[in-house]
Design a protein around this ligand. Structure first.
Ligand code: NAP
Length: 277
């Protein structure tokens, strides 16, 4: 008797847009791993039953996408520091005893994407300016604080949300009003767009970039489109830029390794597979 092929997938509502099946499918085929990764539509009112069902069916684990990333924490037996601090999980693993382990690998993916362009993360050694105070911003803040960043400046359309994150993450996080780009960009070594503004190609840059130093690295979390208005404006200022696709690809690595037993690589071929229409 051979062991059954490992099963994993992604749960969300909706789920049809997820790039994860394509991404994990590429790695399964490339590495010759006898496993399966499937998209699973789970409505919020079915979340608990769905997790029980996945456990009963012998799933090794699942990725979690909108709207379940926060809710799954309440149903996990173990929660990593990253997931607890960020307040959301994107990677669930069932252990041999059926215990549910919740992790957040978005922070890891964010830093690995930067490391592809800046191996020493020197961009995180100076002040970092972050636009946005939603769920993705929490992962970026946690990642950069963990990487030793001395000062994070946070600007958000709804300033109260930025203030709440400053209280949550402590004194290295400072809130800057959106009408003070001078305070935001001064001496910044890294500029991050963690807003969802730019997902429509017609949308403008979220904030005035005129004071952004040309020595800063600029990165956007949005990967559709790949070359956002924010990245274009930063390049026009002379900045090097990093698009958001690498974050998506890197955040998937730890889950694949846990569920299927091999550590996959983020390559140009994978980028092309995920970008294909
Ligand atoms: P979210 O929780 O809904 O937060 C959205 C953020 O964008 C908030 O700060 C919001 O400001 C701001 N915003 C939205 N519309 C705006 C506008 N017209 N003007 C100014 N600010 C605006 O979303 P999220 O989960 O943080 O995701 C943010 C982006 O990151 C999304 O595009 C998502 O696809 C992307 N993302 C990428 C990856 C990756 O792997 N590359 C991973 C996670 C997320 P208010 O607070 O004022 O509403």
């Amino acid at each position: 008797m051979t062991a059954p092929a490992p099963l994993a997938g992604v749960i969300g509502d909706p789920i049809g847009h997820s790039k994860s099946p394509r991404l994990h499918g590429h790695w399964l085929a490339q590495l010759g791993v006898p496993g399966h990764y499937i998209p699973i539509h789970v409505r919020p009112d079915h979340l608990v039953n769905a997790l029980d069902g996945l456990r009963a069916l012998g799933f090794a684990g699942v990725n979690v996408t909108i709207p379940h990333k926060e809710q799954v924490l309440a149903h996990a037996d173990q929660v990593t520091d990253a997931a607890r601090s960020i307040g959301a999980a994107n990677t669930l693993t069932f252990d041999a005893a059926g215990q549910l382990h919740a992790d957040n690998t978005d922070a890891y993916g964010f830093l690995q994407n930067l490391r592809d362009h800046d191996p020493d993360l020197s961009c995180a050694k100076g002040p970092v300016a972050i636009l946005g105070a939603g769920g993705a911003s929490r992962a970026v803040i946690w990642a950069l604080l963990d990487a030793g960043c001395p000062e994070l400046r946070l600007a958000n359309r709804t300033e109260d949300r930025a203030q709440a994150l400053a209280r949550r993450f402590g004194p290295r996080v400072k809130v800057v009003p959106v009408d003070r780009p001078d305070q935001l960009w001064s001496d910044a070594s890294l500029a991050v767009n963690a807003t969802s503004l730019g997902m429509a190609t017609t949308q403008a840059v979220p904030f005035d970039l005129s004071g952004l130093p040309d020595t800063a690295l600029a990165t956007d979390l949005i990967y559709t489109p790949l070359d956002t208005a924010f990245l274009q404006a930063a390049r026009a200022k002379g900045c090097a830029t990093v698009d958001g696709l690498g974050m998506l690809l890197h955040q998937a690595v730890p889950g694949f390794e846990r569920w299927f037993g091999q550590r996959p690589q983020v390559t140009d071929a994978l980028r092309q597979v995920v970008l294909a229409p």
